[in-house]
Write a protein that binds this ligand. Structure first.
Ligand code: UD1
Length: 454
């Protein structure tokens, strides 16, 4: 059984809404608790499916995890004895690969399933492995698992630049491994995303010595052990942007509280380019989008650029603005699954290489559509809010992985979204496990499982 949304379009959003904690900051931090010799208390962790999956993964490895309804999660991994992360859990969420660094650092050995392919394009983990190897780990692939061994990791000078720029979760994996390695590590071409900075802030509060996180060169002095820590996760800049776009696409007037506006400079620039008035204080955004909007050329890039995780949602908005817009994604050049579904709603979009050329239409029209991944589902919801008529969006389980109570938040602002059950007929059988084994020599592979893995 899968949930779907029925969305009655055409209602302007109005009112105030609040942003939850960041999914992409929470997941690597939760994974890193495996390397901590003490009690960890995490605040402002969003109640999402991906967080539940990470919790399950930590528990399956042997950690004690308690989740409270106020968004606090307590983890105690002192009694963990296993260093293995099984395929059944890792395949559900790509960010599970974040346990690789912590397990290796703590036990000197880790056996973690390769995360598998995903619907947003080719996603190798060669940079994670290159970084761990540079710290002295011996790495091999065995029956779909990464086996990393290295009881005496040593600091090193590591360049983490890949063909599409830095790696966010890869930087986190190397940060934690280097923290418990002997001596000094320098990471060059580190990811500068605020989630990486938050990860380093968390580790430093637990006793790590990490300098320069949030810039492209990070230095780490190894320490012997990490201790008890309490940390508040940063708010989710992607959720804040999605809510702002929901206001924009419905020509509404919405105030967004707990928005990490200092992490949203390029997003705010994009709103400016499009001609949408937006007022920002350090933690509040107000979008008043009644006026005429302009087409724009946008490029999704590594931070501080426009996030690739907002590319689909901006495409939904630009589809409704008269004139020719262009969106390029340099981070995931194939991340355009949502375009075909938007076209089903009347959008005029052509994909050319890593770009989408969009000719805005006066009005999208409601249609039954299918979510292909987390951010694509958010884009479809935005499009449906603006469309004439009643849209049906199937496979919203993708959305539930990254947005807490999304339809409730939008409904409070005046949207008309109903969650219903789609019945079992739309369940796609998962491919047989044997067909998912990677080739021996390659670190990564793709398959067509309907997972999102973001
Ligand atoms: C994280 C985010 C995801 C976001 C992405 C890019 C989490 C849990 N997920 O994913 O929402 O879309 O950053 O901002 O934080 N690459 C390599 N080799 C590697 C690793 C990555 O070539 O070893 C490539 C990827 O294919 C991609 C680019 O580098 O083209 C960036 O990927 P990366 O930053 O690693 O994405 P994730 O950390 O998986």
């Amino acid at each position: 059984m899968m949930d779907m949304f029925c969305v009655e379009g055409g209602h302007s959003l109005r009112g105030t809404v609040s942003v939850d904690g960041s999914k992409n900051a929470s997941l690597p931090i939760m994974a890193a608790t495996l390397a901590i010799d003490g009690e960890v208390i995490l605040e402002q962790v969003p109640q999402l499916q991906d967080v539940a999956t990470m919790q399950q993964l930590l528990q399956s490895i042997g950690a004690a995890v308690e989740q409270h309804t106020d968004g606090t999660i307590c983890v105690d991994a002192r009694d963990v004895r296993s260093s293995a992360a099984p395929y059944e859990l890792v395949r559900q969420m790509r960010a599970s690969v974040c346990v690789l660094g912590p397990l290796l650092a703590r036990f000197g050995t880790a056996r973690v399933s390769l995360p598998g392919g995903c619907n947003i394009g080719h996603r190798p983990i060669d940079l994670h492995l290159r970084g761990l190897a540079a710290l002295g780990a011996d790495i091999r692939l065995e029956a779909g698992y990464i086996v990393a061994e290295g009881s005496k990791l040593r600091g090193a000078d590591i360049d983490l630049c890949g063909p599409h720029g830095p790696t966010v979760t890869g930087t986190c994996n190397i940060l934690i491994a280097a923290t418990l390695a002997k001596g000094r590590t320098i990471i060059r071409a580190a990811a500068k995303e605020p989630e990486v900075e938050d990860f380093a802030r968390f580790l430093n509060a637990a006793g790590a010595k990490i300098f320069g996180a949030g810039t492209s060169i990070v230095e780490i002095d190894g320490v012997a052990q990490l201790h008890d820590v309490r940390h508040t996760v940063i708010p989710d800049r992607i959720e804040a942007t999605t809510l702002a776009l929901a206001a924009a696409i419905t020509h509404g007037d919405v105030t967004i509280l707990n928005a990490p506006t200092t992490h949203m400079t390029y997003v705010l620039n994009a709103f400016n380019l499009i001609g949408i008035p937006i007022e920002a204080t350090h933690d509040t955004l107000r979008i008043r989008a009644a006026s005429i909007q302009r087409p724009a050329r946008l490029t999704a890039e590594p931070y501080p650029g426009l996030p690739t995780d907002c590319q689909a949602q901006f495409m939904a908005l630009l589809s409704t603005i008269a004139g020719k817009s262009l969106i390029t994604d340099t981070v995931f050049p194939e991340r355009f699954m949502h375009a075909a579904e938007l076209v089903r709603m009347g959008a005029n979009i052509r994909i050319q290489g890593n770009s989408a050329i969009i000719h805005g239409v006066t009005r999208l029209s409601a249609a039954p559509v299918m979510a292909s991944d987390l951010r694509a589902s958010a884009a479809l919801v935005l499009a449906a809010l603006a469309a004439e008529g009643r849209s049906e969006i199937r496979r919203v389980y993708h959305l539930d992985r990254g947005y807490h109570a999304f339809e409730q938040k939008l409904n409070q602002l005046g949207a008309k979204i109903q969650r219903t059950n789609d019945g079992p007929q739309n369940v796609v059988p998962r491919p047989h496990l044997d067909s998912l084994q990677p080739e021996k020599q390659r670190i990564s592979y793709r398959h067509t499982e309907p997972g999102d893995h973001m």
